[in-house]
Write a protein that binds this ligand. Structure first.
Ligand SMILES: C[S@@+](CC[C@H](N)C(=O)[O-])C[C@H]1O[C@@H](n2cnc3c(N)ncnc32)[C@H](O)[C@@H]1O
Length: 521
C-alpha cells in the first residue's frame, strides 16, 4: 500500500534510532523478554524498522530461535514506501528472514493506518512543531489535536501559536487506539512534552479520551548521546495505559556512560511542567516555597524587540555632542554616524554588564516612544524632532515591512517606527535585570538610570522587573536572590536553553498583589 499523502511531501522527522539504542530500549523496558514470552509489539512510525531489526538482532545474539508466531507478533507502520522496502531488504540480508508483508505496512498512523493493536508499543515518532508542518498536512492533522484533547478549545489561533509537537499527537493517538488495554508504550520523544509550559498542558492531564495513562519513567538523554546533531532536548519515556498517574515519576538523567536517578513531579498543579529534583525532600522544599509577593506593576518582562531591525535601532558607538549635549552621535556597522536626540537613545544591557560593579554600556538602543506613556510616537510626534524624523524616514520602508501580526497591527495605525516590548515599565528609574536565555546561574542585578536614561533589555536575552526607588529595587533584588529560585530553575531542566529564566517561569514564584499586601506593605 502506497501512501497518497506522500506524493509531494518530504519524509517527516526521519531520524532513525541507532541499533545499539534500539536494543538498549528493548532490554531496559523488558520488551524483548515480553515478546519472547508471547507479547505483540508495534512500532507505529517505524522508519526502516530499527526497533524490529534490533529485536531480531537480540534474538540472534541470545540464541533465541525466532518462530513464525514470534514474527507474527511484530508489527510496523511507516508512511514512506522507500523505508518500508529498505526494511524488508535489510531483514532478509541480515537474518535470512522473509518478514510477513502484512506486518510491516506503508500507511500514515494518524490518517490511514488500519487499526493494528499490540500489547507493547515501542518507537520514535517524528518530532516536529505543528507550526512547521507542511500546510496541507497541517490541515489534515489539525482536527486530531482536538479529537485527542491536546488543545483545550477549537480555536485555530490556540494551536497555531502553540509549540504543540506532532510527537505528542502520535503518542496520544497510539496510546488510545493502538495499545491493548493495560499495555505499555515506550517512545523516544522531545522532553518539551514534560518540561515546557503551554503547548503540552493538555497532554499532561495524563488522561486522553477518558483513558488514563501513567508516565512510569523518563530518561533525560545527553544531547549528543543518541541522535547526533539534534538541537531538540530529548529523552525516552515509558507509559502504562489504563493506570492513573502517580507522582513522583522516576527521572533518569544521563551521566557518564549511564543514568543517575532523580525524581520528577509537577509544581502547584498536576498538569504543570515537571520539576526534577535529586530527592523528594528537595521537591517538597520547592513545593513549600511561599511565592514572593510583589506589586502588580513589578511583573517580569522581556527586553525591547526590534522585530528584526536591530541594525536600525541598536548602535555600537555613542558620543555626546560637545556643542549640543541634548544630541548624541550614534553609529553601527550598517549606519554611518548620525545625530539623534539623546532623550530617545538608551543604554542596552549586554552580557558583560552582569560581571561589572558599575555597568558600562557597550551598545545603545533607539526607542522612538513616549517615555511617560510608553507608547510609540506618531508621525506628527516624530516630526517634532528633525534628525530623529530624518533618520527613521531613511528606514521607513524597511520598518513598515517588518514581519509579524503584532508589529503589523501597529504599522497599520501609522506607528511604523515602533518597537515591541516597550511600555511605561521600560522607562522606570530602577530595573532589576537577569539573564533569561542560555544560562545556568541566576544573579539578578540592579541597573539605575545612566545620564537620566533607563537601561533596556535585549529581547529574550534579558528579563527585568521595574522599580520606582532604589529601596524598592533592593528589596525586589534581595527577594529574587533567594536560593530557592535557583533550585527551582535547576529543577526545570532548562539550563543552557532559551527558556532558562524567562519572565513566565520566574512569575511562577511570584504572586502579584495590591501594593499593601506586597513585599512593600
Ligand atoms: C524519527 S523516525 C523513527 C523511525 C524508527 N522508529 C526509528 O526509531 O528508527 C520517524 C519515522 O516516522 C515516519 N512517520 C512520520 N509521520 C508518520 C505517520 N503519521 N505515520 C507513520 N509514519 C510516520 C517518518 O517517515 C520516519 O521514518
Amino acid at each position: 500500500m502506497k501512501s497518497i499523502l506522500l506524493k509531494n511531501s518530504k519524509p517527516l522527522g526521519a531520524i532513525f534510532t541507532p541499533l545499539k539504542w534500539a536494543k538498549w530500549a528493548l532490554l531496559e523496558t523488558g520488551t524483548f523478554q515480553a515478546w519472547c514470552d508471547g507479547a505483540s509489539v508495534l512500532d507505529p512510525t517505524a522508519g526502516n524498522g530499527a526497533f524490529l531489526r534490533a529485536m531480531l538482532g537480540l534474538a540472534k545474539e541470545q540464541d533465541v530461535s525466532v518462530s513464525a508466531s514470534m514474527l507474527e507478533r511484530l508489527h510496523g507502520v511507516e508512511r514512506e514506501a522507500g523505508f518500508v522496502e529498505e526494511f524488508f531488504t535489510m531483514v532478509n540480508a541480515d537474518f535470512g528472514i522473509d518478514f510477513p508483508r502484512e506486518n510491516f505496512i506503508c500507511a500514515d498512523i494518524l490518517l490511514s493506518a488500519p487499526p493494528v493493536q499490540a500489547d507493547i508499543i515501542i518507537g520514535n515518532p517524528p518530532w516536529e512543531n505543528y507550526t512547521n508542518l507542511p500546510a496541507d498536512y497541517k490541515n489534515l492533522v489539525k482536527p486530531l489535536f482536538y479529537e485527542y484533547g491536546l488543545v483545550a478549545s477549537a480555536g485555530d489561533v490556540l494551536l497555531g501559536n502553540s509549540r504543540a509537537d506532532i510527537a505528542a499527537l502520535i503518542i496520544a493517538k497510539t496510546l488510545v487506539k493502538n495499545l491493548l488495554k493495560g499495555g505499555q508504550a515506550h517512545y523516544f520523544l522531545p522532553l518539551s512534552i514534560f518540561l515546557n509550559d503551554g503547548a503540552h498542558e493538555q497532554f499532561r492531564s495524563y488522561r486522553l479520551q477518558n483513558i488514563d495513562f501513567a508516565v512510569q519513567r523518563i530518561y533525560d538523554c545527553n544531547p549528543h548521546q543518541i541522535f547526533d546533531g539534534i538541537a531538540t532536548r530529548y529523552g525516552f519515556a515509558s507509559f502504562q495505559r489504563d493506570t492513573a498517574q502517580q507522582f513522583p515519576i522516576p527521572y533518569f538523567i544521563a551521566k557518564d556512560a549511564g543514568f543517575t536517578q532523580q525524581t520528577a513531579e509537577p509544581m502547584y498543579r498536576n498538569n504543570a511542567p515537571l520539576t526534577v529534583t535529586k530527592t523528594t525532600a528537595e521537591a517538597s522544599s520547592i513545593q513549600d516555597f511561599a511565592k514572593i509577593p510583589l506589586p502588580e506593576k513589578a511583573k517580569p518582562r522581556q527586553g525591547a524587540n526590534t522585530c528584526g531591525a536591530n541594525d536600525v535601532f541598536i548602535f555600537d558607538n555613542y558620543e555626546i555632542d560637545t556643542e549640543n549635549p541634548a544630541m548624541v552621535r550614534v553609529s553601527n556597522t550598517s549606519n554611518a554616524a548620525f545625530s539623534l536626540p539623546k532623550q530617545f537613545v538608551y543604554p542596552l544591557v549586554a552580557k558583560v554588564n552582569f560581571t561589572e560593579t558599575a555597568p558600562r554600556p557597550r551598545k545603545w538602543i533607539l526607542l522612538p516612544h513616549n517615555s511617560r506613556t510608553g507608547k510609540p510616537l506618531t508621525e506628527a510626534e516624530l516630526q517634532v524632532h528633525e534628525t530623529l524624523w530624518q533618520y527613521l524616514s531613511l528606514h521607513k520602508e524597511r520598518l513598515a515591512a517588518r514581519k509579524g501580526t503584532l508589529i503589523q497591527s501597529l504599522v497599520a495605525k501609522g506607528l511604523w517606527a515602533a518597537l515591541l516590548g516597550v511600555g511605561v515599565y521600560s522607562f522606570a528609574p530602577y530595573k532589576i535585570f537577569w539573564e533569561a536565555f542560555g544560562q545556568k546561574t541566576f544573579t539578578p542585578l540592579i541597573f539605575s538610570t545612566l545620564e537620566g536614561q533607563a537601561w533596556q533589555g535585549n529581547q529574550a536575552l534579558h528579563a527585568s522587573i521595574c522599580a520606582d526607588s532604589l529601596e524598592e529595587a533592593e528589596r525586589i533584588c534581595a527577594a529574587l536572590r533567594h536560593p530557592n529560585i535557583l533550585t527551582f530553575l535547576q529543577s526545570q531542566r532548562m539550563d543552557g536553553t532559551c527558556n532558562w529564566a524567562q519572565p513566565g517561569r520566574i512569575s511562577k514564584l511570584l504572586s502579584f498583589t495590591s501594593e499593601t499586601e506586597s513585599l512593600f506593605g
